[in-house]
Design a protein around this ligand. Structure first.
Ligand SMILES: NC(=O)c1ccc[n+]([C@@H]2O[C@H](COP(=O)([O-])OP(=O)(O)OC[C@H]3O[C@@H](n4cnc5c(N)ncnc54)[C@H](OP(=O)(O)O)[C@@H]3O)[C@@H](O)[C@H]2O)c1
Length: 263
């Protein structure tokens, strides 16, 4: 897809991967619509984009609140128009075992990223379908291909993102709307500072996989939309592990457990 002159909605655009993706899309000439809860951070990202000559609008919203997303979605459709691109990136969640997770927190973990992606897609898909064009990219983690100790709710929510993507793509098979599953290994963002106790639980095995900057993740996301790729796993070493896990699940699972968090 040619991105210049298009409209892209980016969720979780106040920080990390989402903010970097919004900035890069704006550099490509895309008008970006920034969604997240923190108004001041959205204003900062928007301000940077405008200073650089790009086009951006910020709409503060809690994406886990279906009614609020529907309301904001209607405002965006009326004020800006239907998006050509939807990047479902908003997400959070501490890495905890079931025993460590209060049930209310388990609900929140599923709410963002999964329900956030559902709500945003629900808000914009009808308008995209009416034009029968566009692209939806869902951001998840390599956690959606395997499992490791000490992060049950996080892993479940990332698998939900993968399942949602596969189901959505199947639903849209008769349309001209493309769907990308984007899975990353570790990315340098405020995520781990905002979800304390999680970074320490990354399995030692993943030290072989280089950490990406948010800008590198954003570049891969933008490329995936331009090329309308079905599935992207970054960095390449993470993709190698996902392939190995397909053929040798027992071996990779044992390595993840052996090098993973111990109670
Ligand atoms: N960092 C990594 O190593 C890594 C690796 C693979 C995948 N990912 C995934 O990438 C996604 C983005 O993470 P990141 O690393 O960029 O983290 P981040 O810097 O913490 O950014 C998370 C973004 O999601 C938004 N968000 C969270 N809950 C929200 C809600 N209820 N409503 C609206 N916005 C919400 C946050 O904005 P507000 O707080 O302002 O609402 C923020 O903009 C996550 O789903 C994460 O799992 C991250």
């Amino acid at each position: 897809m040619e991105l210049s002159g298009k409209i892209a909605v980016v969720t979780g655009a106040s920080s990390g991967i989402g903010a970097a993706t919004a900035r890069l899309l704006a550099q490509k000439g895309t008008r970006v619509v920034l969604l997240a809860r923190r108004e001041d951070k959205l204003a900062q990202v928007r301000g940077d984009i405008l200073t650089q000559g790009g086009q951006a609008d910020g709409y503060p919203v809690d994406l886990t609140n279906a009614a609020a997303v529907a309301f904001v979605g209607r405002s965006i459709l009326a004020e800006i128009g239907p998006p050509d691109v939807l990047i479902n990136n908003a997400g959070a969640g501490r890495w905890l075992t079931v025993a460590e997770t209060p049930p209310e927190e388990a609900v929140q973990m599923m709410a963002a990223p999964y329900f956030a992606a559902f709500n945003a897609t629900h808000a914009f898909l009808p308008a995209m379908l009416a034009r029968n064009s566009g692209h939806i990219l869902n951001v998840t983690s390599v956690a959606s291909y395997a499992g490791w100790p000490g992060a049950t709710g996080y892993i479940a929510a990332r698998w939900a993102m993968r399942g949602f993507t596969l189901g959505l793509r199947a639903d849209l098979h008769h349309t001209r709307i493309g769907v990308t599953l984007f899975a990353a290994g570790k990315v340098e963002t405020p995520y781990f500072a905002r979800n304390p106790g999680s970074e320490e639980r990354i399995p030692g095995l993943s030290r072989i996989v280089p950490t990406l900057s948010a800008a590198q993740a954003a570049a891969a996301i933008v490329r995936a939309v331009q090329r309308e790729q079905r599935e992207v796993i970054v960095p390449p070493m993470a993709a190698v592990f996902v392939q190995l896990h397909k053929f040798l699940p027992g071996v990779i699972d044992r390595l993840l457990i052996r090098t993973g968090w111990q109670e």
